[in-house]
Design a binder for this molecule. Structure first.
Ligand SMILES: [Zn+2]
Length: 123
């Protein structure tokens, strides 16, 4: 089951851990088209986008959905900082040093793959 309001709450909770940048707008999309990945993230013009695969997400437990959302929010924050503060934040993109640092900053292990079903992974 996917509880859209709960997922938005996770985005909010995660952003709140980054005190100075907690007001990044993040648009959440539940996609029926996204099938290869559990979820994906991007950031354009100061707006974050998180897309969740309806097909892959619906059978995942809430706790793990939360972990995946936090993973994606860290991508959004990483790219947001790189876009808005290019002189001070050099993102190495994807799952590099900066993303890992953000995950650790909010108390999570920088895990990349989730072994929920088959080869599901998130980007
Ligand atoms: Zn990722």
């Amino acid at each position: 089951m996917i509880d859209r309001i709960q997922l938005k709450k996770y985005i909010h909770d995660c952003l709140n851990k980054f005190v100075l940048i907690k007001d990044i707008p993040v648009i959440l999309t539940l996609s029926k088209q996204l099938k290869k990945h559990l979820a994906s993230a991007s950031c354009r013009n100061g707006i974050g986008y998180i897309t969740v695969s309806v097909k892959r997400f619906k059978n995942i437990k809430l706790g793990q959905q939360k972990e995946i959302i936090f993973h994606e929010v860290c991508h959004v924050v990483d790219w947001y900082l790189a876009d808005c503060f290019p002189n001070s934040w050099k993102s190495d993109r994807k799952h590099g040093r900066t993303w890992k640092g953000l995950m650790k900053q909010i108390g999570l292990k920088p895990k990349i793959r989730y072994n929920t079903n088959k080869k599901a992974k998130n980007d």
